[in-house]
Design a protein around this ligand. Structure first.
Ligand code: ATP
Ligand code: MG
Ligand code: FE
Length: 343
């Protein structure tokens, strides 16, 4: 099936076109530059930008993919979770397209889409797959028997998401928003010389929160460390702090992901979400999976951060597996739970 997918949960207007399990084109327009001076995404600005970018981005995706709207077999859209006003632009656009073309609409979960995108990169997902989902708003370990209708949460962050921690630490270090890519880049010039805390990995909390994460203590530890330096009138070794922070995050993420694979007898680990673009996380996950005999799947960085291809990829799976389409009346669901794959 030929499926067009629309993503507008945050500041990226993404339109991807997938045929079966092949990505034809992934068009993205981002309003990130408009938010940078506020140090975070401004919902109202994001919604307006989606509205302006939607039609041109759909047109560009079709043109580059070499298809016309009349060729589509289905339309997929992120129905949640995300910013309510931003989601609404995508959902309304997808409904209009599906209605006008007379094709089914599939409202899908943004988080399941971060997992499903790997299908257009590395082929069908083994069932079950263990997924480490690490993004700007979420950090979870998921057991995924079937990405089209059975996603189970083994644990998640009890405070900040991994991407949120990257962005907050970047701000402490005076790096621009969004900070993740800047920390990644700075860390390459630094050394891991500071032993920052690994949340929920020791003591009684570690037992109770075996597959959960906590990054707010780490963020606080980094900002205290930086403040102490500044108070002493000493320069802050930004690259070393970035490298040490990044090492602490990736150590916990990969350790817990591999523990989850072992505990649940799953031999495949998929890593998705914006933080999966991180070069140290990718390298450490590869090393540790190799050592543990686990097969690692991580999409190319451009498919880890938000995009339309991920939505089209999951939409195509819904069609291939014969899942019922969504009602044309579906709402945008800003707090859609990770376990709910479709609307
Ligand atoms: P969610 O998917 O939870 O709704 P989101 O869609 O806003 O959140 P994504 O686009 O999936 O988030 O990911 C964005 C996050 O990924 C940001 O926090 C950003 O800093 C982080 N990120 C992007 N690239 C990197 C990188 N190379 N290293 C670390 N973090 C990164
Ligand atoms: Mg973004
Ligand atoms: Fe995302």
């Amino acid at each position: 099936p030929l499926v067009l997918g629309i993503e507008t949960s945050c500041d990226e207007t993404g339109v991807g076109i997938v045929r079966g399990e092949t990505l034809l084109f992934d068009a993205i327009a981002s309003s990130v530059d408009e938010h940078a001076r506020f140090g975070g995404v401004v919902p109202e600005v994001a919604s307006r930008a989606h509205l302006e970018a939607m039609v041109p981005t759909i047109e560009r995706a079709c043109r580059e993919a070499g298809v016309t709207l009349g060729d589509l077999d289905a339309v997929a859209v992120t129905s949640g979770p995300g910013l309510a006003g931003a989601l609404m632009v995508g959902v309304a656009s997808a409904k209009a397209l599906a209605l006008a073309l007379g094709v089914p609409l599939h409202g899908v979960n943004h988080l399941a889409s971060h997992v499903a995108v790997d299908i257009v990169e590395h082929g069908p997902l083994p069932e079950p797959t263990l997924a480490l989902l690490v993004s700007g708003g979420h950090s979870s370990l998921l057991l995924v028997p079937d990405v089209t209708h059975d996603v189970r949460s083994l644990g998640s962050t009890i405070d900040d998401a991994a991407g949120e921690a990257f962005d907050k630490v970047a701000r402490v270090l005076g790096l621009p928003f969004p900070g993740g890519p800047h920390i990644d880049r700075m860390a390459r010039e630094g050394q891991v010389v500071i032993d920052f805390p690994r949340g929920l990995t020791g003591g009684r909390d570690a037992e109770r929160h075996r597959f959960d994460f906590s990054f707010s203590g780490l963020k606080t530890a980094v900002s205290r460390w930086v403040q102490a330096r500044e108070a002493a009138g000493e320069p802050v070794p930004v690259a070393d702090v970035a490298a040490s922070f990044q090492e602490a995050v990736t150590d916990v993420l990969t350790r817990k992901a591999i523990d989850a694979c072992r505990t649940h007898g799953v031999a495949h680990l998929q890593v998705g979400g914006g933080v999966a673009a991180n070069s140290r996380l990718r390298a450490m996950a590869q090393e540790r999976c190799d050592a543990a005999g686990i097969q690692l799947r991580v999409p190319r960085p451009g498919l880890c951060t938000d995009n339309g291809a991920m939505v089209a990829a999951l939409g195509a799976q819904m069609v291939l597996k014969g899942r019922a389409p969504s009602d044309l009346g579906i709402p945008a669901d800003s707090s859609m739970p990770v376990t709910q794959v479709s609307a």
